[in-house]
Design a protein around this ligand. Structure first.
Ligand SMILES: Nc1ncnc2c1ncn2[C@@H]1O[C@H](COP(=O)(O)OP(=O)(O)OP(=O)(O)O)[C@@H](O)[C@H]1O
Ligand SMILES: [Mg+2]
Length: 249
C-alpha cells in the first residue's frame, strides 16, 4: 500500500509548489521512490513544475471510452491499459494528470473504472502525492481517499489562516479517511511569524511550520524552470524540507 499525501488550500497559496517540493524531497532526500505525482487540478500545472510535458489525461481517456474501445475488449481492460499509457515518466517519479472534470452527461461508469484503474496503478508506488485544485470538491472524490497526510496550505494573513481552519473543519465534517492533517503557512516574512502563531493559537489551529517567501523560487517560476533545479539552499526548499522531515517520518 502506498502512502498517499495530499495538498489542499485556497487558490494561489502554493499547493502545487509545495507538492513539487515534496516530490523532490521524497526522490532526492528520502530516496524512497518511486513516487506517483497526481495532478488533480483541471487547470493543471504540476507538470511544468516537475519539468514534464503532458500527453494524456484521465479526463480525455474517460471521454473517449464511449467510442474508442475496440470490439472484443472489455471496458475495464481498455481503461486500465489507457490509464497506464497516460502515466508520464520522470526521473524517480511518474506523473498522472486527471484533467477536466465531468462535462454534461453521465460519466459514472467511466469514473468508477478510472477509480479502479488508479487504485491498482497506485500499488506500484511507495508514495502518491496529490496536488488538489483550490476548494474542497476533490476532497470527497476518488483520488483523495485513505490519505496518510494532508497538508493544508495557508497564505501568511490572519484571514488566510482562518480559511485554512475552515478547510480543516470541513474535512472533519466530511468524515474522510485522513490519518494526519497539518497546517503550513507559505510565503511568510520573518516579521509575520509571531502574529500568525498567536492567531493560530487563539483559533486552535496548530501551525506545523512556515515556508519563507523566496525570491529564488519566484525567479525559478518566472523562468518556467523545474523545481528540481532550484538551489537546494533556497529559503523555500530549506523550510519545506524541514517540515517534511518532521512530518513524513
Ligand atoms: N514560498 C514561496 N516564495 C515565493 N513564491 C512562492 C512561494 N510559494 C509559492 N510561490 C509562488 O506563488 C505562485 C502560486 O503558487 P502555486 O501555483 O504553487 O499555488 P497554488 O495554490 O497551486 O495555486 P492554484 O490554486 O492556482 O493551483 C507561484 O507563482 C509560485 O511560484
Ligand atoms: Mg496549483
Amino acid at each position: 500500500m502506498p502512502k498517499v499525501i495530499a495538498i489542499a488550500g485556497k487558490g494561489g497559496v502554493g499547493k502545487t509548489t509545495i507538492g513539487g517540493m515534496l516530490v523532490r524531497y521524497i526522490v532526492e532526500e528520502m530516496k524512497k521512490g518511486p513516487v506517483l505525482a497526481v495532478d488533480a487540478d483541471p487547470n493543471s500545472n504540476l507538470n511544468e513544475l516537475l519539468g514534464i510535458k503532458v500527453k494524456e489525461t484521465i479526463g480525455r481517456v474517460r471521454e473517449t471510452m464511449k467510442k474508442d474501445v475496440p470490439t472484443g475488449m472489455t471496458k475495464d481492460i481498455w481503461f486500465e491499459y489507457k490509464v497506464n499509457e497516460a502515466v508520464i515518466e520522470g526521473t524517480g517519479f511518474d506523473l498522472l494528470v486527471m484533467g477536466r472534470p465531468e462535462g454534461p452527461g453521465c460519466y459514472c461508469a467511466a469514473n468508477s473504472l478510472a477509480k479502479q484503474s488508479i487504485d491498482s496503478l497506485k500499488e506500484n508506488y511507495t508514495y502518491v502525492v496529490v496536488d488538489n485544485e483550490a476548494g474542497m470538491e476533490h476532497m470527497s472524490r476518488l483520488v483523495t481517499q485513505n490519505v496518510g497526510i494532508l497538508y493544508v496550505v495557508s497564505d501568511p494573513t490572519p484571514r488566510g489562516l482562518l480559511t485554512a481552519g475552515r478547510i480543516m473543519e470541513l474535512i472533519k465534517e466530511l468524515n474522510l479517511n485522513i490519518h494526519k492533517t497539518y497546517t503550513v503557512v507559505n510565503r511568510i516574512r520573518e516579521e509575520e511569524i509571531g502574529v500568525l502563531r498567536q492567531i493560530g493559537k487563539q483559533k486552535g489551529i496548530e501551525i506545523i511550520g512556515t515556508i519563507r517567501n523566496d525570491e529564488m523560487l519566484v525567479k525559478n517560476d518566472r523562468d518556467g524552470e523545474s523545481i528540481f533545479i532550484l538551489d537546494r539552499d533556497s529559503l523555500a526548499l530549506t523550510d519545506a524540507y524541514s517540515i517534511f522531515k518532521r512530518t513524513m517520518d
